[in-house]
Design a protein around this ligand. Structure first.
Ligand code: NAD
Ligand code: MG
Length: 381
C-alpha cells in the first residue's frame, strides 16, 4: 500500500535528499504535504513535481508568492504559528519526515506521535529539548532515526536486543578544525567554519559540527532514543566518516554500520524500515580509502562535547537550555557578532545560570527555551 508522507523543511539539505529518495520510490510513497521557510522557487518546483495537497507556511511573504503562483491549483495553504502541527494532524498522513532545523520541530514531533503516525526524525533538537516527553509518547519503532549515527546504531541493533547493549560508540568527523591550533580557534571566521570536510549540510548543523556541539546534541539524542546511561555512550573521532557509529554488545561483539557518507541511506532506511530497497549511492571501496583512523576526542579544545555529556547525565532542563542558547549563539557567530570559541563558552554560562528542573513538563521546557534565548542574548551584548 502506498504510504502518504509529509516533509517538514523540504527545501533544506535533508528535505531535498528525502524528496530524492521518494522520487525513486514513487510506487511506495506519495508526498501529501510540504513545509519550508525559505527558497520559495525551489518550493514551487517541488509543488509542481510532487503535487502535494497541503503546504504549511508561516512566512507572510512566501504565502503571498505561493498564493499568486498556485491560484488555480487545489493546493491548500496552511498558515500561522501552528501550521506544522496542523499539517501533521491531517488524516491521510502516515509518515512525517521532520527535517526542520531547531526548536520549531518539537510541537510537530509531539503531535505526530500522539496521532500514532510514524516519525522519521532528523530534527534532533526535539529529543534534545524534551527527550523524556517525546519518548514517553513513542511506541516501539514509531520514531525512526534519520541522523546517520543514530541510524547506524539502530541498524547495528538489528543484531541484538537493547538489554544486550554494553555501550554505543558514536563517530564524529571532528569537523574542519580538529587539528587546528587551539590558540587560533578564536579567530576562525564563519566562511572557514562553513566548510565541512565530509558532509554537505545546512548552515546551523555545519557550525555545530565545527564546534562539536552537533556531537553534543547527538549524545543527548542517543541517550533518549536508545534509553542509555551516559556511561554507555562513547565518542570517537573518525575523520573519514565511513563508520557511521557502532554498538558493543555484552559479549564483546562490536557491530559497525559503514558506507560512503550520503544522507540518502539513513533517510531511505527510515522510510522503508524494516525493508531495504536498492539505492544508487557511491560504492564503498575500502582498498581505495586505504585506512580508517580513530582518535580520542579532545574535550578541552572542544568544550561543547563535555556539555553534551553533562546534559545527557543531568537530564531535566539542561538539554533545552543548551539547545536554545546554542541556536542563538550560532546565529550571532554567523552574523559576525561573536568569536567562534564564544559559542560554547557562552552556552556553558547560560547552562550554569539556569534554574534546573528535574522533571519538566512541556510548559517548563518552553519556558526554559525562551529564558535561555533571552539570557544568552544578554550575555552576548
Ligand atoms: P537546512 O537549514 O538545510 O534546512 C532546514 C529546513 O527547515 C529548510 O527547508 C527551512 O526552510 C526549514 N525551516 C527553517 N525554519 C523553519 C520554520 N520556522 N518553520 C518551517 N520550516 C523551517 O537544515 P538541514 O541541514 O537539512 O537540517 C535539518 C535538521 O536535520 C536539523 O535538525 C539537523 O540537525 C538535522 N540533520 C541534518 C543532517 C544533514 O546532513 N544536513 C544530518 C543529520 C541531522
Ligand atoms: Mg549526525
Amino acid at each position: 500500500m502506498i504510504k502518504n508522507i509529509v516533509v517538514l523543511g523540504s527545501t533544506g539539505s535533508i528535505g531535498k535528499n528525502t524528496l530524492e529518495v521518494v522520487r525513486n520510490l514513487k510506487d511506495e510513497f506519495r508526498v501529501v504535504g510540504l513545509s519550508a521557510n525559505s527558497r520559495w522557487e525551489l518550493l514551487s518546483e517541488q509543488i509542481d513535481e510532487f503535487q502535494p495537497a497541503y503546504i504549511a507556511l508561516n512566512n507572510g511573504e512566501l504565502v503571498k508568492k505561493l498564493k499568486n503562483r498556485f491560484s488555480n491549483n487545489r493546493l491548500e495553504i496552511i498558515t500561522g504559528n501552528n501550521c506544522l502541527k496542523e499539517l501533521v494532524l491531517r488524516d491521510e498522513v502516515d509518515i512525517v519526515v521532520s527535517a526542520v532545523v531547531g526548536a520549531v520541530g518539537l510541537p510537530a514531533a509531539i503531535a505526530t506521535l500522539q496521532q500514532g503516525k510514524t516519525l522519521a526524525l532528523a530534527n534532533k533538537e526535539s529529543l534534545v529539548m524534551a527527550g523524556h516527553i517525546v519518548m514517553s509518547l513513542a511506541k516501539k519503532d514509531q520514531i525512526l532515526p534519520v541522523d546517520s549515527e543514530h541510524s547506524a546504531i539502530f541498524q547495528a541493533l538489528q543484531s541484538g536486543r537493547r538489554d544486550e547493549i554494553k555501550r554505543v560508540i558514536i563517530t564524529a568527523s571532528g569537523g574542519p578544525f580538529y587539528d587546528y591550533p587551539q590558540d587560533k580557534l578564536s579567530d576562525v571566521k564563519p566562511a572557514q567554519a562553513l566548510k565541512h570536510p565530509t558532509w554537505q549540510m545546512g548552515q546551523k548543523i555545519t557550525i555545530d559540527s565545527a564546534t562539536l556541539m552537533n556531537k553534543a546534541l547527538e549524545i543527548i539524542e542517543a541517550r533518549w532514543l536508545f534509553d542509555l546511561k551516559t556511561e554507555q555512550i562513547d565518542v570517537v573521532i573518525h575523520p573519514q566518516s565511513i563508520i557511521h557509529s557502532m554498538v558493543e554488545f555484552c559479549d564483546g561483539s562490536v557491530i559497525a554500520q559503514m558506507g560512503m557518507p550520503d544522507m540518502k541511506v539513513p533517510i531511505q532506511y527510515a522510510l522503508t524500515y524494516p525493508d531495504r530497497k536498492s539505492l544508487s549511492v557511491q560504492h564503498l571501496d575500502l582498498s581505495k580509502i586505504g585506512s580508517l583512523t580513530f582518535k580520542k576526542p579532545d574535550m578541552k579544545k572542544f568544550p561543547a562535547l563535555r556539555l553534551g555529556f553533562q546534559a545527557a547525565k543531568e537530564g531535566g532542563t539542561v538539554g533545552v537550555t543548551l539547545n536554545a542558547a546554542n541556536e542563538v549563539a550560532v546565529q550571532a557567530f554567523l552574523n559576525g557578532q561573536i568569536k567562534f570559541t564564544e559559542i560554547s563558552s557562552s552556552v556553558e554560562k547560560v547552562i550554569n545560570n539556569h534554574l534546573f528542573i528535574k522533571n519538566p513538563c512541556l510548559e517548563d521546557i518552553l519556558a526554559a527555551d525562551s529564558w535561555a534565548r533571552q539570557e544568552i542574548t544578554k550575555c552576548l551584548l
